[in-house]
Design a protein around this ligand. Structure first.
Ligand code: F6R
Length: 251
């Protein structure tokens, strides 16, 4: 197993450690392809990257990005869309070329054609160099929900009830949470040259243990990451508390 685990003492520390990994990738490979995630976990990491950009330590001028997922039915104008999130939390504050940023189009008239287009785009870019991931409480990565099989390609998914409930905190009511999304598939994620998995908080401790050390099964989509040759985990002490307790030999 080639897994590097970085433990931050708290969220801010974890976010800085994760930002160092992104920064190193961008510095060594200025024209790299970053796979990016939304959700609450990467926000601190994005804020740190913005600070380094503002200080003149980091440039995104020739970086390309592809995001993991987008809600079906929401566009860039909607403040709940993942495109809006990325613009607000990162892209508008750094010197990335907007035409170099990609998020699946949740408003596409033909969603299955959009899934195919997205895969072609990733292929044309030559794949992802560093894929940033958060993890759902149920082990989802992107919006690849627990299932009987690993979906390989970008696909249209119906969100698990648990995910709808978890994401309701970003909406005024649970009824407003879209019921489906477009997500990059497991194959594009696993073909990334490196993966940076982020997790923060007590609520993620069981799933982190299951994902990193449990059986590899599509019922816990993140468990496939155990097979990745270059997996970097950045978590805070709370999210990694079961991992450190059950596998003391690793630390
Ligand atoms: C976001 C994404 C999701 C989140 C996951 C964790 O683009 O694909 O898989 O990473 O739901 O979300 P947070 O970070 O809010 O706990």
């Amino acid at each position: 197993m080639t897994m590097k685990i970085m433990i931050g003492k708290d969220y801010a520390d974890m976010s800085r450690k994760a930002a160092h990994v992104v920064s190193a990738t961008v510095t060594l490979h200025p024209d790299c392809v970053l796979g990016l995630a939304t959700g609450s976990t990467p926000i601190g990491m994005y804020q740190q990257l913005i600070k380094w950009y503002e200080a003149g330590d980091l440039s995104f001028e020739t970086v390309q990005s592809v995001n993991l997922d987008e809600y079906v039915g929401l566009g860039a104008e909607s403040d709940q869309s993942y495109r809006y999130f990325m613009n607000e939390n990162l892209f508008n504050h750094i010197n990335i070329n907007p035409t170099h940023t990609s998020v699946p189009n949740g408003l596409a008239a033909d969603i299955s054609a959009e899934c195919e287009r997205y895969d072609r785009h990733i292929d044309e870019l030559g794949g992802v160099d560093l894929q940033v991931l958060g993890i759902g409480n149920n082990g989802h990565i992107g919006f690849n929900e627990p299932s009987e099989v690993f979906e390989k390609r970008t696909n249209h998914v119906h969100l698990a009830q648990k995910t709808i409930e978890a994401n309701a905190r970003f909406f005024t009511s649970i009824d407003e949470v879209p019921k489906s999304a477009v997500t990059m598939g497991i194959k594009s994620i696993m073909q990334a040259k490196a993966i940076l998995l982020l997790a923060s908080g007590e609520g993620k401790k069981e799933i982190m243990e299951a994902a990193l050390f449990g059986p590899i099964t599509p019922k816990v989509p993140a468990s496939i990451l155990q097979l990745h040759p270059n997996l970097i985990v950045a978590g805070d002490e709370a999210a990694l508390s079961l991992v450190t307790k059950n596998h003391p030999e690793l630390f």
